[in-house]
Design a protein around this ligand. Structure first.
Ligand SMILES: [Zn+2]
Length: 189
């Protein structure tokens, strides 16, 4: 898997895209929120989320709160536990058995027909499968990415400027750490 591949598997990718409706684009380096425009214009929404329509349960305020809570949860903030549990209640999640490939599999579903319900159910399934732990936000630019590395130890969104996103987060931190080590060595010898 190439280093710059940040897409999440399956429907978790929709959650990643939703989280990244707030971003700090590489070219402007200014905090940008695409969600108000998405909520305002049906065509823009359809372009970003072609398979999920918005319902009356998807008011902008609710979407903004969900996105903020998902961002905290991606950052490994344990206080997001309560917030997530409230979303699970709010979206009326329940556990169902589905026959997939001839075997009974448990899936978590929302009985709320809304974008929020759809997203919250994916998050719950991802936590159950362990995939959620690999959805992370970059400590530098806050971009949400999926960690495909074998050991799951990726911290920054991208280490090379040559990637399609053109970011170089983590590079400066690496250089700083390298210089600190070299300075330490110079002092010892
Ligand atoms: Zn980054």
């Amino acid at each position: 898997m190439p280093d710059h591949n940040q897409t999440a598997p399956g429907e978790l990718e929709v959650v990643r895209r939703f989280i990244n409706t707030w971003s700090i684009p590489n070219d402007t380096r200014e905090k940008t929120d695409a969600l108000p425009e998405l909520a305002r214009t049906r065509e823009v929404w359809r372009k970003e989320f072609p398979h999920q329509s918005r319902s009356r349960n998807d008011a902008l305020g609710r979407l903004l709160r969900l996105r903020a809570d998902l961002r905290s949860a991606c950052q490994g903030d344990s206080s997001s536990e309560d917030a997530l549990n409230k979303w699970f209640d709010s979206a009326a999640l329940s556990v169902k058995t589905r026959w997939i490939g001839g075997a009974a599999k448990l899936t978590i579903e929302s009985s709320e027909a809304s974008f929020v319900g759809y997203i919250v159910a994916i998050v719950a399934n991802a936590i159950a499968s362990g995939e959620w732990a690999r959805l992370k936000t970059c400590p530098d630019c806050q971009w949400a990415f999926y960690d495909h590395t074998r050991n799951g130890g990726k911290r920054w969104c991208g280490m090379t400027k040559g990637g399609p996103d053109g970011r170089a987060c983590g590079t400066i931190a690496k250089v700083t750490a390298y210089r600190a080590r070299e300075a330490m060595k110079a002092r010892v010898t």
